[in-house]
Ligand binder design. Sequence first.
Ligand code: ADP
Length: 495
Amino acid sequence: SALAEEELVTPPVQISYTQNLINGQFVDAASGKTFPTYDPRTGEVIAHVAEGEAEDINRAVSAARKAFDEGKWPKMTAYERSRILLRFADLVEKHSAELAALETWNNGKPYEQSARTEIPIFVRLFHYYAGWADKIHGLTVPADGKYHVQVLHEPIGVAGQIIPWNFPLLMFAWKVGPALACGNTIVLKTAEQTPLTALYVAKLFHEAGLPPGVLNVVSGYGPTAGAALASHMDVDKLAFTGSTNTGKVVLELASKSNLKPVTLELGGKSPFIVCEDADVDKAVELAHFALFFNQGQCCCAGSRTFVHERIYDEFVEKSRARAQRRVVGDPFKKGVEQGPQIDSEQFAKVLRYIKSGIESDATLECGGDRLGSKGYFVQPTVFSNVKDDMLIAKDEIFGPVQSILKFKDIDEVIQRANATRYGLAAGVFTTNLDTANTITRGLRTGTVWVNCFDVFDAAIPFGGYKMSGMGREKGIYSLQNYLQVKAVVTPLKNP
Ligand code: ADP
């Protein structure tokens, strides 16, 4: 059904902010340049946004530097900072309908997902880190000799943060929440595909009482604005989420400039392992969600569905039926599960991988083409008889393309699940505790979801083994990314 042909819903929101937000002010790019941002439902331009480049990054970093070195943010009490984070979360909740509409308009994800899942997770994350702000403290340690030794945990300084387009608001939250809770200042570079919601929420942050210069948001492209941020001499820490190739580039820029510490959250090819004892209907539904959620545009997507041979045929049959029932269409419409891919480049890439799957003799169970004739909609696609060495089993596709592989025993599936350069996440579906324990301990991934998937609670750390990244975000682990450790040693007169 070519739902994309129907009349499109008019997004119930205006685009109010398109300039860069530097030192608390919306400003044009230094060059005066703008770039277009699109509606992925149609490929049409919805706004022109200030195009930040090196000079804009310089200005934003100066503002962040000044706010950190001389401003009141690091000096105010942690409790006051916590209150600002809470007030901000309240404002986001108040504006959640417009914000969800803006997120869907610019990204293409279902409105119900933006409004009911992502904004609540966003708000919860700021509540979580607001709770940490006044509980971050150092220690004293018992050194040999007559010394009083304090270990102070101090904010690291100016944080540079580069985020992707698949979850514009959630990536903002994962980066900004912990950095501000620790008392840092920020220059955030959004993805060129999705600049709009970060500007909107950054404005709300200022309404909540955030001092100017603490959070600066620059829109622009990677090789210009992003690279300028990664290589800036006055940025004290870099946090990046995106592709593994770009992760390597920013790590190199950071090391060539001032050795700023870098956290990286990169690509994945996550296994979803369905064991022989599984309730097939439930396993099919969860494996479907693990792959197709967010148009398949998740770094942790369960993109290798390993199914035990005993239930394989039934699983494939039911997975095909489930994918054929998936509702694709205008993401603003109620009941729509899947919107368009983000842009023409990703759309073309997904279709290329589908072609490669067909050419490599995997069995195309359903889908396999675009949907409709405008926008970037792709049919939910399922391949069976996928072999480990096929491109569709090795590369990150980042689209609604499920690859189903067959396995015989647990040792074999652990070995095959680990035979990838990635190590971001994994799913295991079984009711057998021993099986679950054996597999979870055998997998080399930063997250293992057992009988669930894509649980993104603020308190749970997230990050990758191997080429899926370095460091962890969320939970207590993200605090460490934004703190320096200072040992203060004082001789004791009267021990
Ligand atoms: P994707 O392929 O999913 O778009 P990227 O890793 O290219 O992933 O993009 C993630 C983020 O990294 C975006 O904000 C993008 O602008 C930025 N980026 C891309 N290239 C560079 C670069 N050379 N230096 C710094 N940032 C970059």
